[in-house]
Design a protein around this ligand. Structure first.
Ligand code: PEP
Ligand code: MN
Length: 448
């Protein structure tokens, strides 16, 4: 008789979507075994701390800002790229916290955000039919048959890049760079000259004055850890379950399994089928987790997801990340929220205003318009305000670089500008200015 006991590998007996077509499963097997012997990337105590912070967001006492690349790249990996991404996320968090007075939990789509679900297994490029690019943890984005061959060794490289990224993030957030007294230095040059950059500078100046005031009152700022250090958490879409289960370890303190590849992970819109492999794997780990919810989701489905992923109803354990599109958010979201509320599930509702608003521009770029992105967030806030529920978070794709991938913003990016610096390997990201612009608009919504 088949047992239904959860193990880090019990997902293997279930149907699984969005997996690469590996040439040699035994090679993948060997790589997964090797990963299983590697050191964890994060620590159980960190995961417990994040869980307790997220419990506050579930109760309306904190806001989650989750942001980073659509897909991290093996080719575009440097200390600058990581630092600039951290910078813009810290800037957004400062704007949100300073304006609203609500604590902001900062989570990067970083240090492991490599695997991508795709809408089709093949794509046509310049007349050639190729296996689709599935993220650098699987294959290369270059348009050739050879580059697109899934290579299990890439899992090891993803682990090592995640480890190096985390190492950098840990040193950047432990003081120095992320010390609140250096709030001015997070404004990059190309941002500082813009309207948002100047508004940010004004906030930074006020924060500095407040710090000086505190020091003058006799508070020893050097000893105030919370002003000098930043909690910055990592996350990614856990798509390749062989990688995730290899990184999953038994934690003796909590007597549960934790996926130690990242502090938190999420299930994508395309892999959230109830009785499939991803739901099974996620149901048994005790990290805080997310699940994307698109416009086709029904109240019944969402309740089933809550029951499966958070049967004990632990506040902050489960975030539902709605990605409806600006046109549908106000019609689709209310009935889902109401159903979850009636069933007494203490979820964090977060808004991903990116994935429901993607389109191809007339000149052939996959893009998003900042105004439409803001519109979806506005709809999300309106729905929560009218139901009396807490709009608990924002989930966005951005980069700290000066790219031209999304349209709009105060230094307007138009369709004809898209090819100036269209550098993403997957979905279009907000650049640092557009991100800051968004933070100001969301801050206004948070104040109400
Ligand atoms: C993503 O977050 O990059 C993504 C693919 O999202 P979704 O699963 O919501 O489509
Ligand atoms: Mn994406």
């Amino acid at each position: 008789m088949e047992t239904s006991v959860w193990t880090p590998d019990s997902w293997r007996r279930l149907p699984i979507a969005q997996q690469p077509d590996w040439d040699d499963p035994s090679e993948l097997d060997a790589v997964e075994k090797e990963l299983g012997s590697y050191a964890p990337l994060v620590y159980p105590s960190e995961i417990r701390e994040l869980q307790s912070q997220l419990a506050k967001a579930a109760k309306g006492q904190a806001f989650v800002l989750q942001a980073g690349d659509c897909a991290e790249s093996f080719n575009d990996f440097s200390a600058d790229v990581v630092r600039n991404k951290l910078r813009v996320i810290l800037q957004m968090a400062v704007v949100l916290t300073y304006s609203s007075g609500v604590p902001v939990i900062k989570v990067g789509r970083i240090a492991g955000q490599f695997a991508k679900p795709r809408s089709s297994p093949m794509e046509k490029i310049n007349g050639q039919l190729l296996p689709v690019f599935r993220g650098h943890i699987v294959n290369d984005d270059e348009a050739s048959i050879d580059a697109r061959r899934p290579d299990p060794k890439r899992l090891l490289r993803a682990y090592h890049q995640s480890s190096a990224t985390l190492n950098l993030l840990r040193s950047l957030t432990r003081g120095g760079f992320s010390d609140l007294s250096r709030v001015h230095t997070w404004n990059q040059e190309f941002v500082a000259s813009s309207a948002e950059g100047q508004a940010y500078d004004a906030v930074a100046t006020e924060i500095e004055r407040a710090l000086k005031f505190m020091a003058a009152c006799g508070i020893d700022l050097e000893r105030e850890e919370t002003l000098r250090k930043v909690d910055f958490w990592t996350s990614h879409e856990a798509l390749l379950l062989g990688y995730e289960s290899a990184m999953t370890r038994y934690d003796r303190t909590s007597k549960t399994y934790l996926d130690l590849s990242s502090h938190t992970i999420w299930i994508g819109e395309r892999t959230r089928e109830l009785n499939h492999a991803h739901m099974e794997f996620f149901s048994g780990i005790s990290n805080p987790i997310g699940c994307k919810i698109g416009p086709s989701a029904t109240p019944k489905e969402v309740i089933e997801i809550c029951e499966k992923l958070n049967p004990m109803r632990i506040p902050g354990r489960l975030s539902l990340v709605s990605r409806m599109g600006s046109e549908k958010v106000q019609s689709v979201l209310p009935k889902l929220i109401s159903a979850v509320q009636q069933a007494n599930h203490p979820v964090i509702w977060s808004c991903d205003p990116m994935h429901g608003n993607t389109f191809v521009s007339e000149n052939g770029f996959k893009t998003r318009n900042l105004e439409q992105v803001i519109d979806e967030v506005r709809g999300f806030f309106l729905v929560h305000r009218s139901l009396g529920t807490w709009p608990g978070g924002l989930h966005v794709e951005l980069t700290g670089e000066d790219v031209t991938e999304c349209l709009g913003g105060s230094a307007t990016v138009n369709e004809e500008d898209l090819d100036t610096a269209y550098n993403t390997i997957c979905d279009p990201r907000l650049n640092a200015r557009q991100s800051l612009d968004l933070a100001y608009r969301v801050a206004e919504m948070l104040i109400g």
